[in-house]
Design a protein around this ligand. Structure first.
Ligand code: PM9
Length: 464
């Protein structure tokens, strides 16, 4: 469809039609003011019934296709040897090329297993910017994450098309400083969530592969949004424009030694994940460990029906029309917000539009939690739920307990896949513009409750 219209003047439309709807509820500003106060100004603590357009996350929030729902009916719920496991294994081997599969209930369970198996006390794990759960599992295993992403990734105005790239000089320096024995693997994400959904280029990944091969250091790939990354490579990397997204996905995976996957994003399911590796010895250990924390190695925390939906979701995730529409919708919202002169992370990422809270609220210091305050203000304005990605998400240094001050202080408007229409995006853009025009009235926040781990999920705040 999209291909057919490529050279003619036609409006863009979603490459699907809606078979089932879920009613959403609009609340009043007065109700929302009370609700956000009652939930300690943390959008994670709101009930979803009080949310109009839910852009908290793209995780587990996708609409499944009719084929995926049909697959759910084929769930083989045998404790051992479920047919759906073998279908999933085949999909992982076919589309991603990894040899061995260990299913888990979601991404962080795979991160737990790989971290416990590969990291020892005092180890260093270089990577292209931290992700909250990934870094925490590395730390819990005794390691320390070191950011070796290019500097451009920390500058929201820089329009580098591949802000997920590794700075090879930084990586070489880390290898020289700590030595191979203290680096169990390099952690590479496609795309980089905390940088604003920014991709890594194939060329950069190849260079990292060459360097790590020389030092015999494995690459563990966080492939949560690999199809989105592959689409950006096709769109922006010279020489890649004619390739199928599925070929690029496979090549990315082939350049790495193993992967953790939160299938709740790219792969279009509401729950699920896996660890996939090429090394048989590591696989044997992971397969043994999964039975302690998740379940037997042929379901690892997922129901048979969920594994079937995932096998189908993987196939759909690399469909050209799907991925073009998915990333295109995010770009549509980003361009609207940019057009209103509102500072966002540039270029627009693949899974959400990231507002630059520091620039929007220059009257607040970072200790006054501008992104948290901005997300709360957006909710009050329109019932649109967004998420803080700044100082609250960055947390504390595990050794000193000191607050970490990230360069990026962002609010993420994350777009679920195949859920909202262009009209919803228009409403979101209107609300962001309204909040922007009234930005001087937004007050800062302070912590009143702070849990030890991943504090952004459960902290409570109050107005300063
Ligand atoms: N990402 C997200 O909203 C959900 C929870 S954190 C707010 O962006 C990457 C790149 C992720 C991710 C989750 C996980 C963990 C690993 N890597 O949530 O455990 O974006 O399935 O995956 C979230 P699970």
């Amino acid at each position: 469809m999209a291909q057919d219209n490529a050279n003619r003047k036609r409006s863009w439309a979603e490459p699907y039609k809606i078979k089932m709807v879920e009613q959403v509820r609009m609340t009043t500003v007065e109700e929302r003011e009370k609700l956000i106060r009652d939930t300690g100004f943390n959008t994670f603590l709101l009930r979803s019934r009080d949310v109009y357009i839910d852009l908290l996350t793209d995780s587990g929030t996708s609409a499944m296709s009719d084929r995926q729902w049909a697959g759910m009916m084929l769930g083989d719920e045998a404790y051992a040897g479920s047919e759906n496991f073998y279908n999933l294994e085949e999909a992982v081997q076919n589309y991603y090329g990894y040899k061995y599969l260990v299913p888990t209930h979601q991404g962080r369970a795979a991160e737990h297993i790989i971290s416990q198996l590969m990291i020892k006390e005092g180890d260093i794990i270089p990577g292209n910017m931290y992700f909250t759960t990934t870094k925490l599992h590395q730390e819990l295993a005794g390691g320390t994450f070191v950011d070796v992403i290019i500097d451009e990734a920390h500058d929201s105005d820089n329009e580098h098309p591949f802000k997920g790239n590794i700075d090879l000089d930084k990586l070489k320096q880390v290898i020289d400083q700590y030595g191979r024995d203290r680096i169990p693997y390099i952690s590479i994400a496609t795309t980089v969530n905390m940088a604003g959904g920014q991709p890594i280029s194939l060329d950069n990944l190849k260079q990292v592969r060459e360097l790590t091969r020389k030092h015999d250091i494995p690459i563990i790939h966080d492939m949560t949004r690999v199809a989105e990354n592959a689409y950006m490579i096709k769109k922006h990397e010279p020489g890649q424009e004619k390739r199928d997204v599925r070929d690029i996905v496979k090549e990315i995976c082939n350049l790495t030694d193993g992967a953790t996957m939160s299938a709740k994003k790219d792969a279009l399911v509401n729950i699920g994940g896996f660890l996939a590796v090429n090394d048989q010895e590591l696989f044997d250990k992971a397969r043994n460990m999964v039975v302690i924390y998740e379940g037997l190695h042929t379901y690892g925390g997922m129901a048979g029906r969920d594994m079937e939906a995932l096998a189908i979701g993987i196939r759909e995730s690399v469909d050209e029309d799907h991925i073009r529409a998915r990333v295109g919708q995010v770009e549509y919202l980003g361009k609207k917000i940019l057009g209103a002169g509102i500072p966002i992370v540039k270029p627009v990422g693949t899974h959400g539009v990231f507002l630059n809270a520091r620039r929007i609220l220059p009257h607040l210091s970072q200790d006054e939690l501008p992104a948290q305050a901005l997300a709360a203000a957006i909710y009050v304005d329109s019932g649109v739920r967004a998420m803080e990605r700044g100082i609250v998400s960055a947390g504390r240094d595990p050794q000193t307990g000191d607050q970490i001050y990230p360069k990026l202080e962002l609010v993420r408007l994350t777009i679920p896949r195949r859920v909202y229409t262009q009209a919803h995006m228009d409403v979101v853009a209107e609300s962001i513009e309204e909040v922007w025009l009234n930005r001087e009235n937004i007050r800062g926040l302070k912590f009143v409750y702070e849990p030890e781990y991943l504090r952004f999920f459960q902290s409570r705040f109050d107005l300063i």
